[in-house]
Design a protein around this ligand. Structure first.
Ligand SMILES: Cc1cc2nc3c(=O)[nH]c(=O)nc-3n(C[C@H](O)[C@H](O)[C@H](O)COP(=O)(O)O)c2cc1C
Ligand SMILES: Nc1ncnc2c1ncn2[C@@H]1O[C@H](COP(=O)(O)OP(=O)(O)O)[C@@H](O)[C@H]1O
Length: 319
């Protein structure tokens, strides 16, 4: 789904639908529940289901020192939202102009003038306008004045607290990617550019694509089972995130060994799903003992990732 980045690019068919405004970082199961209601309303009003989001997160401009790394880049967010049935994603290039609009001005400019919304769906913790001065009560008044419906969808709770992007960030930061996968609508994914490493991997029998320029949250250091994507092609993968202490190489790297290919990958953009944490990265007493462990890691990763890719209906290594 193409992401609309300028409000004047919004085609007329993207107007007059059901709208939700928010960051939707990570696209978790709470978001999915809200989007189900958004879809129902879109069908009722006979218009599109639209998400209006911000790129970057408003906190990046307002409180850069306290702003966590995001879980998703915007195109990934749009892909996940499309999978849930969203027709249009508007990713507004966040600026102080937008963030300094009061609640009524924001409502009039964005919801009425740009989106011509006929229905709005939000969660109970929705705030909008300068200093987050507008809340769901304010929004209910404004929606009423324009004849729009407003649904406030109850959040999904796990362990007595609602699923939130910040709780998912905590899980990912701790390396608990298996649990994050259950809370999200798809496994946690990063992307990066394949660059040259120290050239050791091939000698060990396990070449690794080193990913650079990852612009979202990195899981904790460790060894993981994953799935690697190059465009529409996918492979099971074994990942090491962290240093190579066996070789005294302490730089943090994101290394991905693709299982079942020996293609040259330098210069390509690779996306990687984190499926399961396997173990801590540690120093081995020789390259041979590391290789022995790598064989075992690759066998487990292959099993976990093949199951996952088959569950998506994919033939491994093919489009
Ligand atoms: C699945 C996997 C697990 C790894 N685990 C460790 C580890 O526990 N300790 C370690 O020193 N290096 C570990 N490595 C990293 C290898 O040492 C590394 O891939 C090798 O040094 C190649 O580095 P290069 O890509 O810079 O050439 C692991 C690599 C993979 C693919
Ligand atoms: N199965 C594979 N998984 C990852 N990279 C592979 C694979 N087969 C070949 N390659 C290529 O080998 C390179 C990694 O080899 P490696 O010896 O670890 O060198 P480097 O230290 O430069 O990463 C990758 O960037 C990629 O181009």
């Amino acid at each position: 789904m193409p992401v609309i980045r300028h409000v004047h690019d919004l085609p007329p068919i993207a107007r007059g639908g059901a709208v939700s405004i928010g960051n939707f970082d990570g696209v978790h199961r709470g978001h999915a529940q809200l989007i189900e209601q958004l879809r129902r309303r879109a069908t009722e009003v006979g218009g599109p289901a639209v998400v209006f989001t911000f790129d970057p997160h408003p906190a990046r401009l307002l409180r850069p020192e306290a702003c966590p790394s995001p879980l998703t880049w915007t195109e990934r967010k749009a892909e996940l939202l499309a999978d849930l049935g969203i027709d249009w994603v508007v990713a507004y290039p966040t600026d102080m102009g937008l963030l300094s609009l009061g609640p009524r001005e924001f409502f009039d400019r964005v919801i009425v003038e740009v989106l011509a919304a006929r229905a709005i769906v939000e969660g109970p913790n929705f705030f909008f306008g300068k200093n987050r001065a507008g809340n769901v009560e304010t929004l209910a008044e404004f929606a009423d004045s324009e004849g729009m419906t407003l649904d406030i969808v109850e959040p999904i709770e796990i362990d007595g607290a609602m699923i939130s992007s910040s709780r998912v960030r905590d899980l990912v930061g701790l390396g608990r990617v298996g649990q994050a996968r259950e809370w999200l609508t798809a496994p946690y994914r990063i992307r990066g550019l394949v660059t040259h490493g120290a050239g050791r991997g091939t000698d060990l029998g396990f070449p690794t694509a080193n990913l650079d320029g990852v612009d979202t949250l990195l899981p904790a250091h460790g060894v993981y089972a994953g799935a690697a994507w190059l465009g529409n092609r996918s492979w099971p993968a074994a990942l090491n995130l962290g240093p190579n202490p066996t070789f005294g190489d302490l730089a943090t790297k994101v290394e991905v060994h693709l299982i079942g290919t020996d293609e040259q990958l330098y210069g390509q953009i690779m996306e990687v799903d984190f499926l399961e944490r396997l173990r801590d990265t540690r120093a081995f007493d020789s390259a041979e003992s590391l290789t022995k462990q790598l064989k075992a890691d690759v066998a487990v990763a292959n099993q976990v990732a093949t199951d996952y890719l088959l569950s998506l209906g994919r033939t491994v290594g093919r489009t």
